[in-house]
Design a protein around this ligand. Structure first.
Ligand SMILES: O=C(O)CCC(=O)C(=O)O
Ligand SMILES: [Fe+2]
Length: 281
């Protein structure tokens, strides 16, 4: 299904778009062969990572950010700078979400995006690519496809990111989302990228995983994506992009929030809005 909305508008208004097909399945399967030795021996951990430098060293980073992908990113944010770039696995056979377990059923907004959230433009974006097949009970990423300023409606729509290896989506980090419990027998492996305009504060791009990644890259277009010196600047990347039409991901399930949980979320959301208006967050 192609919407009449440009990808940027879809991300602002529904928060999530289908990107399946942008990375060929054979390529993603090949990434898995390179990641297997990195994840080997971590099955006992609740969460395990292959960081940006490992992705660069294995050649995955260069394939991930192919020219067409860079054009989509630059189409949305002409000054894009990465914030996250890693693969991670979450434990199998779990009864609870792997992250934000203290929040109602794990539903949350990414805190560092709330202060600069704007209704009309998606500043904080993540990409998820499934590296293991994910069904409903397998720790699917879930997304509430409505603007977040009023909290969540109990029993309201949810999009589940399910499908075979290579299934991919782009989503607005300021919207409500969660990891559902991974009740399945397989560790769930995804590749995650987040990007934002270079002008915004970025407390992650200076981490060693990004500076170490540089040693494995030569293409200036790739180096620019992780160049810490670009924080606070507004010069556009050399890649120019057309903004493609967005492909919606229709809701497939409902959130299971009780009215009490939804009331709590709403109170917290309104509270954040007040704090953001006062410049506290
Ligand atoms: O692992 C997931 O499905 C969700 C993680 C999450 O909340 C995030 O990436 O911001
Ligand atoms: Fe999150």
């Amino acid at each position: 299904m192609t919407s009449t909305l440009a990808l940027t508008d879809l991300l602002a208004n529904q928060g999530i778009a289908d990107l399946t097909g942008l990375w060929p399945v054979e390529m993603v399967e090949d990434w898995n062969r390179r990641l297997d030795p990195i994840f080997a021996g971590t099955d006992g951990e609740r969460r395990s990572y292959a960081s940006a430098d490992s992705l660069a060293e294995t050649g995955i980073f260069a394939e991930l950010f192919s020219e067409p992908v860079r054009q989509v990113i630059a189409g949305i944010h002409p000054t894009a700078l990465l914030y996250h770039c890693h693969s991670y696995e979450i434990a199998a056979n779990q009864g609870r979400p792997h992250i934000h377990r203290d929040k109602p059923l794990g539903w949350h907004r990414d805190t560092e995006t709330i202060g600069a959230y704007t209704v009309d433009f998606p500043s904080f974006i993540s990409i998820f690519i499934l590296l293991s097949p994910v069904g409903s009970g397998d720790g699917a990423f879930e997304f509430y496809p409505h603007r977040p300023n009023n909290g969540m409606r109990p029993g309201g729509d949810a999009v589940e990111l399910v499908g075979p290896v290579g299934t991919a989506a782009m989503w607005n980090r300021s919207y409500f989302h969660r990891a559902s419990p991974n009740r399945g027998a397989l560790r769930r492996r995804v590749l995650k990228v987040s990007f934002q305009p270079a002008g915004l504060p970025n407390d992650r791009i200076g981490l060693p995983e990004f500076s170490d990644a540089r040693a494995h890259l030569t293409d200036p277009a790739l180096l620019a994506l992780i160049d810490e010196s670009r924080v606070g600047t507004t010069s556009p990347l050399q890649d120019r992009g057309e903004i493609p039409a967005g492909t919606p991901l229709p809701p497939t399930t409902k959130n299971q929030l009780s009215r009490a949980q939804a009331t709590y979320i709403r109170a917290q959301t309104v509270g954040f809005r007040v704090l953001a208006a006062a410049g506290v967050v």
